[in-house]
Design a protein around this ligand. Sequence first.
Ligand code: AP5
Length: 229
Amino acid sequence: MHIVLLGPPGAGKGTQAQMLSMAFDLLHVATGDLFREAARLGTPLGLQVQAYMERGELVPDEVTIGVLLERLKQSDAANGALLDGFPRTVAQAEALDRALAAHDQHVQLAVYLKVPQIMLLARLSGRWFCSYCGSSFHSLYRPSKEEGICDRCGHALHQRPDDRPETALHRLEVYERLTVPVLEYYRQQGILKTVNGDQSVEEVQRDIAEAIGNREGSVSSESSARASD
Ligand code: AP5
């Protein structure tokens, strides 16, 4: 099963993807994480993408599509993936569809996490990340038990440079301009499910899990109907 998680910066895609990938045994693939790791390691890809990320711009489609499709070719992605932060342009969505179609696969569900803009800036400015396991916390909404320390693995927490208010605002503008059309792309395919992201983490997770569960049911009844033809 291939599921895409859509929504503006700070909508909760990473928080939800981490929990849902465990619950549904799906590989979590986040292009932002792949780029940050490359930048941390100083690889040629990292050097290429760092400036875009620092400015809050999208990394060019040809680079991003190449990285994502390469990741999906690895054996741990054979059963599908939960895509977090991809696609972010219609060109990326089309490239994903073409690549999956070549293997007789497709995106089953696109979940749009809808959150009012005023909440997004508050979420980004209070966000803390574990430098080791990637867990995400928030100083107000999801504080770690010990300040500055990850509950899950005990390593130090840090903030992302692109969460500075001026860069975060620019990321939201880029989202409106380039990523909002992706919602329409999936709406036209009839696979877009809008989830209210302005609820507790657990309530959002419940709603997404329900959407995935409904979709799984419809996928298996579609395939058994096909098998009985
Ligand atoms: P990326 O890392 O993908 O960032 P983003 O999409 O801007 O999303 P965020 O990670 O900021 O937010 P999120 O929705 O995951 O929210 P989170 O769960 O952390 O991309 C970074 C950069 O990489 C881009 O700007 C671009 O340069 C590049 N890039 C990546 N993918 C690309 C692509 N496909 N094409 C081109 N360039 C690409 O939650 C936020 C905070 O809120 C956390 O503190 C969390 O604890 C808290 N929170 C979460 N849910 C709730 C809730 N329900 N209630 C209260 N608080 C909550």
